[in-house]
Write a protein that binds this ligand. Structure first.
Ligand SMILES: Cc1cc2nc3c(=O)[nH]c(=O)nc-3n(C[C@H](O)[C@H](O)[C@H](O)COP(=O)(O)O)c2cc1C
Length: 321
């Protein structure tokens, strides 16, 4: 067991925030496989302050998804706190706030938000302090190793965040410049948790059970974040959780089970976005369920080009054996 503030978390899997993926339907679906804690995708502080409808839709959630954190991004501590207040009025029982200091996308970093905060960590510490002024809900931060290889500053940032009373820290073991490619540098965060006062969640290439075992063993972290590795492979979460509870390794799922999972998640997307938009968004997710299965090229092409309704999805899946 580990804690985010007073919130007790009983397992080792956090569902990573992923813009465009980790919507309410996705979190609800993944939760059933043993996710211990969820977080929304990043939500713009200014979007909330200006009352943007789409931004508010990121706060949609159902009871099954808790414990659930809300991830905010922005560049101004006062605005982040204002946005947190709006969240508190909009959503019930938010489990914690998470500040995004890891997003490498230029549109975000050029405003001073996301991982640009690693270049000005004082602002990041101030954000934690400002949110803590308005609520007792725990505040966590997700960072990267640093901006680039010449500016690896995670130890300094973690220390500053701890001084600001942060409740837990997530770290993606890459620099901003590395985006999402290449191997994450777990060697640089070896034994990191032992140097910290607050819980640590690690992220970066968690695609298999062994990736999770290694990341936790190297860093001594409290939990791993499952991000791209869980898309189309929800069983990964069960494998990780089951292993850490029992020491047993569960097998991968067969084709028929993957088809069922794919259909179930598609239904969730239909409910959340309506059939047309939902299936359009779901195309890139659907094909991930069949990665690595033999002769899946035609299936994957069909999913990308033709998926427009649940009925089409069922037909495409039935035609693939
Ligand atoms: C499409 C996509 C969207 C992401 N969106 C967010 C986000 O909104 N907030 C965040 O903190 N990290 C975000 N991330 C980073 C992931 O949470 C995770 O740290 C990263 O993908 C590394 O893990 P992985 O290599 O196991 O995928 C995103 C990653 C991807 C691929």
């Amino acid at each position: 067991m580990w804690k985010i503030g007073n919130l007790e978390i009983n397992g080792k899997v956090m569902l990573a925030p992923m813009a465009g993926y980790t919507c309410s339907a996705y979190r609800r679906f993944m939760k059933k496989f043993g996710v211990d804690v969820c977080v929304t995708e990043m939500v713009s502080d200014m979007g909330l302050i200006y009352g943007n409808k789409e931004t508010f839709s990121y706060l949609n959630a159902t009871d099954e998804e808790y414990p659930l954190g809300v991830q905010l991004f922005g560049h101004d501590p006062k605005n982040i706190a204002k946005a947190a207040l709006i969240c508190l009025k909009t959503m019930k029982n938010i489990s914690f706030f998470d500040i995004n200091a890891g997003c490498p996308v230029c549109k975000v970093t050029k405003t001073g938000a996301g991982s640009a905060l690693l270049k000005n960590p004082e602002i990041l510490y101030e954000m934690v302090r400002e949110i803590k002024k308005i609520t007792d809900i725990p505040v966590t931060v997700k960072i990267r190793l640093g901006w680039d290889n010449n500016h690896i500053n995670f130890l300094e940032v973690i220390k500053g965040l701890e001084e600001a009373n942060v409740d837990a820290i997530g770290i993606h073991a890459r620099t901003t410049k590395e985006l999402y490619s290449g191997l994450p540098h777990y060697e640089l965060i070896k034994d990191l948790r032992l140097k910290m006062k607050v819980p640590l969640i690690v992220s970066g290439n968690i695609f298999t059970l062994d990736d999770a075992i290694n990341a936790l063993e190297i860093t001594k972290a409290d939990a791993v974040m499952v991000a791209r590795g869980g898309v189309g492979n929800p069983n990964l979460i069960t494998q990780i959780n089951h292993y850490f509870k029992t020491g047993e390794r569960l097998p991968d799922k067969d084709l028929e089970t993957q088809k069922q999972y794919c259909l179930e998640l598609a239904k969730g997307f239909k409910e959340e976005y309506g059939e047309e938009a939902g299936m359009r968004i779901f195309r890139s997710i659907a094909l991930k369920f069949f990665q690595g299965f033999p002769n899946s090229k035609e299936l994957r092409t069909n999913l990308v080009q033709k998926l427009d309704s649940l009925e089409t999805l069922e037909k495409i899946l039935n035609d693939y054996n």
